[in-house]
Write a protein that binds this ligand. Structure first.
Ligand code: IMP
Length: 194
């Protein structure tokens, strides 16, 4: 079975990709390969950041590897916070701080269009591949719901009356930006493996 490293220690993301791979790939986390490195994500796009992480692991540990990066892009404020989504309100800020800053920036804005976008970089068999997933929606006026994480309470995907934090993980993981990108990655890896 093909063994591949996912450059993350986020248990939620590992669970999601392992479920998609359905036992057909062995997916190792950073702690599985005993990598405790602080990888600086200083790229200016999601794709660059994903590649930086994947390249670091490939070069240092030699494993075929993939890495992801996600951003929330809000049209009315120049597609911010984008690549800075994790540290929108400052270097060590909480998801609550980030959402509060976003709601402040969006006060009075009529255009509430937003999208989540995930980029995945894969380094495999000496080649580099990129996969992308996105979901369109809108930023609501006040937080709603308690499931999920990050900006979920303020993001309402198109076609739903609920926010990501109200929909719940099971449904979110079927339609989310990351699930779409992960599915493309899994399709590619599994077809290579045939
Ligand atoms: P990361 O690249 O997945 O670590 O995410 C970067 C930023 O986007 C962090 O602030 C996350 O909280 C946020 N984020 C990533 N994915 C999601 C999501 O599915 N829902 C809400 N926020 C997310």
């Amino acid at each position: 079975m093909k063994k591949i490293v996912f450059a993350t220690n986020n248990s939620h993301k590992l669970k999601e990709i392992r479920a998609i791979a359905n036992g057909k790939l062995e997916i190792l986390s950073l702690s599985d390969i005993e990598s405790y490195d602080e990888i600086e994500e200083n790229g200016s796009t999601l794709e660059e950041n994903a590649l930086i992480k994947a390249r670091f692991i490939k070069d240092k540990y030699g494993y075929d590897c993939f890495a992801d990066d996600t951003g929330l892009e809000v049209e009315a404020i120049g597609n911010a916070p984008g690549v800075y989504s994790a540290r929108y309100a400052g270097e060590h800020c909480s998801p609550q701080d980030n959402m509060e800053k976003l709601l402040r920036e969006m006060t009075g804005k009529l255009n509430r269009k937003a999208r989540f976008r995930t980029a995945i970089a894969l380094l495999c068999n000496g080649e580099q591949h990129l996969f992308e997933g996105e979901i369109n929606g809108r930023i609501i006026e006040e937080k709603r719901g308690s499931a999920g994480f990050g900006y979920d309470p303020v993001f309402q995907p198109d076609g739903y009356d609920q926010t990501f934090a109200e929909i719940g993980d099971e449904q979110k993981n079927k339609i989310s930006h990351r699930a779409l990108a992960m599915n493309k990655l899994a399709d590619f890896l599994l077809s290579e493996d045939e």
